[in-house]
Design a binder for this molecule. Structure first.
Ligand SMILES: Cc1cc2nc3c(=O)[nH]c(=O)nc-3n(C[C@H](O)[C@H](O)[C@H](O)COP(=O)(O)O)c2cc1C
Length: 155
């Protein structure tokens, strides 16, 4: 699967006023009408239980300069109190209270529609209620390493 180049996202949830975040690249578009997406989360991730409980989350698509934020939220132990100091991650809140990451390339406000257990992961399918898109280039992940965009392939 490492041969499949992806972007990198941070799943964000509000946990009693604190930000729970998790790095995820098992993310895909599912449907355009209605607008649905999916994200696959390991049963052992803390975010797994929170997604089931909260049923609302954000997907933040990382910009090229946000590698440290990806690394931080992929750590086994990461705390809301140290996130800004250690990774530079700062958040605003949407009208629903979901944390939205400063400087991300795009933000999707998601309401959980269904959850399907699949091996050691669960496929969470959500309806997209709001979208914010910004200018810039994405952070990429390929063969276990972070990358940046190369040249456009000429037709
Ligand atoms: C680039 C990258 C992509 C990742 N994608 C996923 C993913 O799609 N699903 C998943 O369950 N874990 C993924 N992980 C691992 C989680 O980020 C990691 O287990 C994290 O510690 C879980 O945080 P939590 O326990 O606070 O939820 C990824 C890690 C990296 C570095």
């Amino acid at each position: 699967m490492g041969c499949f180049a992806t972007g990198v996202t941070i799943i964000t949830l509000d946990l009693e006023g604190e930000v729970q975040g998790m790095t995820a690249n098992a993310f895909a578009s599912v449907s355009l009408d209605p607008l649905l997406l999916l994200v696959c989360v390991d049963h052992s991730a803390q975010t797994h239980a929170h997604l089931h409980a909260k049923k609302r989350f954000g997907i933040n698509i990382l910009a090229e300069h946000q590698r440290v934020i990806s690394e931080y939220y992929a750590r086994l132990v990461h705390s809301p109190e140290r996130a800004e100091e250690e990774s530079g991650a700062r958040f605003d809140r949407t009208v629903h209270g979901t944390p939205i990451l400063h400087g991300a390339l795009a933000y999707l406000e998601c309401r959980l529609q269904s959850a399907q257990a699949a091996g050691d992961h669960t496929i969470f399918i959500a309806e997209v209620e709001d979208v914010v898109v910004r200018q810039g280039d994405p952070l990429l992940f390929f063969r276990g390493k972070y990358r940046r965009m190369g040249q456009e392939v000429a037709g």
